[in-house]
Design a protein around this ligand. Structure first.
Ligand code: SAH
Length: 468
């Protein structure tokens, strides 16, 4: 981080803008929101600058800035639209030890002004170290859309009520109170009856919150999808953000865990390296322990929690402990994988059913109805089949699946290191071994990537494809 973001107190401080053209006007629009006294120096001023001066919003002097003008100044903006004049101003500021920003000149600036979302007193500053202003602008646009314009008013009203809310215990209960005020009761009251109503809503919300018994813990069994955080449902995202404790499988990707609050306890239950994986009973006990303490626990499982996720064992133990829970579905690996090869899991005239199988079960390599799989047109998504690949190949061939039946191997579906291996039943096991692919893989029996054109499209999307 080259530029450190801080919020500068501008009360009783002076800021200078050197330049009076369009470039200066743009900066002044921002600076006029501060409490600083603004001094503008320059020639040929834009009309608006004269109008602001007339209204007493700034002090304009129609000449170039001199060293003597710099008294009790905290910041200087060089907006002269002239590099020689900007360099002169920079030399003056440096000699006076005042921080300077030369507009649109990152190298000569000692500070930069971020993109700002203004819901005063809530202010969001967005910076990209000057590298990608378009990115900052787009993020600003999105935030402007998400944050209700009333948020500033509510924040001010809320501020005067902070002391009263200290009666609530710190943590979940207090957080819930404020979330409810800022995003539900407050905006509604403001709309119905203005600021007074919003103030009243704080009182009634506090009364209600005090009257409700202590929070009962709960477990949210959530599908994290195949890895791409954009494939998370909005509900999962929201619950993850509210969680006190997140217990996740190893396959849940890092960018998804980033969405949890910083204070949340995060526990990984998967196997790492040659380490031991957690016993299911220990996972259950951990969920029960935290939820029993009134915490909101998110049990985050890769893909969809109802698909090969040992969900029933977890639900039974929660039932036994009398802990409430709910399920939020996610995108399962098969859906993500089939999308990467531009195919459908079902197709009129080809297959009217689709199978989801596991290569492994409690007994080791899982036995299946191999004859059904050999029927031409069959489509099956085979999970957890990496180590069982040779066994699968042998069984499929032995029970009559044609060796040239397509089978696509998709590794790390939806992740940046996604790989697609186009193969056939007669040889996919060797192909997989030779590919040295790392990460979770799924087999799509009966499906080949759609066509050459789509493969080109995939590679132009920087997704690696290995084509046979
Ligand atoms: N509940 C999960 C499946 C858990 S079983 C779901 O609905 O997807 C774990 C298996 O899922 C892995 O062995 C692999 O076969 C598959 N899998 C999970 N994520 C995957 C991914 N991103 N790409 C390919 N396969 C994946």
């Amino acid at each position: 981080m080259r530029h450190f973001p801080i919020f500068l107190d501008t009360t009783n401080r002076n800021i200078i803008v050197s330049g009076a053209g369009e470039c200066a006007v743009a900066k002044l629009r921002l600076l006029l929101k501060t409490q600083a006294k603004i001094f503008v120096f320059g020639h040929d001023p834009e009309d608006i600058i004269l109008q602001w001066a007339k209204k007493g919003l700034l002090i304009f002097t129609e000449r170039s800035l001199k060293k003597n003008d710099i008294k009790n100044i905290i910041l200087i903006y060089g907006a002269n639209e002239n590099s020689i004049e900007d360099a002169r101003i920079k030399a003056i500021s440096n000699s006076m030890g005042v921080l300077i920003n030369i507009v649109d000149n990152l190298n000569d600036s000692e500070f930069i002004t971020p993109a700002i979302v203004d819901r005063d007193p809530l202010t969001i500053a967005i910076g990209t170290e000057g590298t990608a202003p378009v990115l900052a602008r787009n993020i600003k646009k999105q935030l402007e859309e998400i944050l209700p314009t009333s948020l500033g008013i509510l924040a001010r009203i809320g501020q005067s009520f902070r002391n009263h809310v200290e009666i609530l215990p710190m943590g979940q209960k207090r957080r819930n109170f404020w979330t409810k005020f800022y995003f539900h009761d407050g905006p509604q009251a403001l709309q119905n009856g203005g600021e007074n109503e919003a103030r009243n809503s704080l009182n009634s919300l506090l009364k209600n919150t005090l009257e409700t018994k202590t929070d009962i813990g709960r477990v949210h069994l959530i599908g994290a999808g195949p890895g791409d955080p954009d494939l998370l449902t909005l509900k999962a995202r929201k619950l993850l953000h509210e969680a006190d404790v997140v217990i996740h499988d190893q396959l849940v990707s890092e960018p998804i865990l980033e969405l949890a609050r910083r204070e949340a306890i995060i526990v990984e239950t998967g196997k790492k390296g040659f380490g031991k994986s957690w016993y299911q009973d220990d996972i259950n006990a951990l969920m029960i322990k935290h939820a029993g303490q009134g915490k909101h626990v998110v049990r985050l499982k890769s893909g969809d929690p109802t698909m090969f996720g040992r969900l029933d064992e977890e639900m039974s133990s929660l039932d036994q402990a009398g802990i409430l829970y709910d399920i939020t579905p996610g995108i399962t690996a098969a859906s993500a994988a089939v999308a990467t090869i531009n195919q459908s899991l079902t197709k009129r005239g080809r297959n009217s059913s689709v199978l989801h199988l596991t290569g492994h079960d409690i007994n080791g390599f899982a036995d299946q109805d191999w004859r059904i799989l050999s029927i031409p047109g069959t489509v099956a998504a085979i999970y957890m089949g990496k180590r069982a690949a040779q066994f699968l190949q042998g069984r499929l061939l032995m029970y009559g699946t044609a060796p040239n039946t397509p089978i696509t191997i998709v590794a790390n579906a939806s992740r940046p290191n996604q790989k697609i291996l186009d193969s056939q039943v007669g040889s996919f096991s060797e192909k997989l071994t030779n590919s040295h692919i790392d990460g979770p893989i799924i087999f799509l029996l009966g499906l080949a990537p759609r066509d050459v054109f789509s493969q080109l499209q995939k590679s132009s999307n920087q997704i690696e494809m290995v084509i046979s």
